[in-house]
Structure formats: structure tokens, C-alpha cells
Design a binder for this molecule. Structure first.
Ligand SMILES: [Ca+2]
Ligand SMILES: [Ca+2]
Length: 118
């Protein structure tokens, strides 16, 4: 699993151990490994940035009950929600920066007529 839990723009390595409900997250900013108890047996890890602050939030989904638990990186508070397992991708997304590549023409360009360039 990967996510940017510390918000430095780089992915952090994360492992969820469901038997103990422990998350092991290696923060890319410091290299330190954090151990956080969240979830447990039968829970699926679904980390995502749910609150839109740029940092991935710890989140687990419990299929038997259909409950989601999201721990906001903003205030550390847990939100639980009943819902189906659909990936709630609702972030702003990146608009992308596509466009024609900028090519320098060197200030000299001729289409059909002959030009002398120096
Ligand atoms: Ca990071
Ligand atoms: Ca967040």
C-alpha cells in the first residue's frame, strides 16, 4: 500500500496487519516508521485522502457491516460511515498540463515562400 501520509508529496510505504489492526507507515519525510492501531481482523485497509488536505488518511472498511472508518489527518478524528464498497474517489484530481509542446522556431520560419535567415 502506498499513500502520502505525511503530506510531503512523496508516497510513504504502508503495511496493514489485520490480525493486530496495526498499521506500519514509513514516512518519506523523516524515514521514521510509525505504528498505529486502526482496524482489526476482517477490516480492509482503504487509505485515501478523504478530507482533501493533501495527506492520506488512515481508513478501514468492514465488509460484514458495510462500515467505513476514516481517521482524518486534519484533526485525528474518526468518521464512520455506512456505505457500500465503492471507492469514493472524489478528490479534485489533477487537471494535467497537456498541450502542444513548445518548440522554439529560432525566429526564422518559412512556409511557402523563401526566406533567408541569418
Ligand atoms: Ca510522504
Ligand atoms: Ca487527509
Amino acid at each position: 500500500m502506498r499513500g502520502d501520509f505525511d503530506g510531503d508529496g512523496k508516497n510513504d510505504l504502508a503495511v496493514f496487519h489485520d490480525a493486530s489492526g496495526l498499521w506500519f507507515i514509513k514516512y518519506s519525510s523523516t524515514g521514521a516508521v510509525a505504528t498505529i492501531g486502526y482496524g482489526g481482523t476482517g477490516y480492509l485497509p482503504v487509505p485515501e485522502n478523504y478530507d482533501g488536505d493533501g495527506m492520506t488518511d488512515l481508513a478501514v472498511y468492514h465488509p460484514p457491516t458495510g462500515l467505513w472508518f476514516v481517521r482524518s489527518s486534519l484533526n485525528g478524528g474518526t468518521t464512520s460511515e455506512l456505505g457500500r464498497r465503492t471507492h469514493p474517489h472524489r478528490g479534485p484530481g489533477s487537471p494535467g498540463q497537456r498541450g502542444p509542446p513548445r518548440v522554439s522556431l529560432g525566429g526564422c520560419w518559412s512556409a511557402s515562400r523563401r526566406h533567408t535567415c541569418r
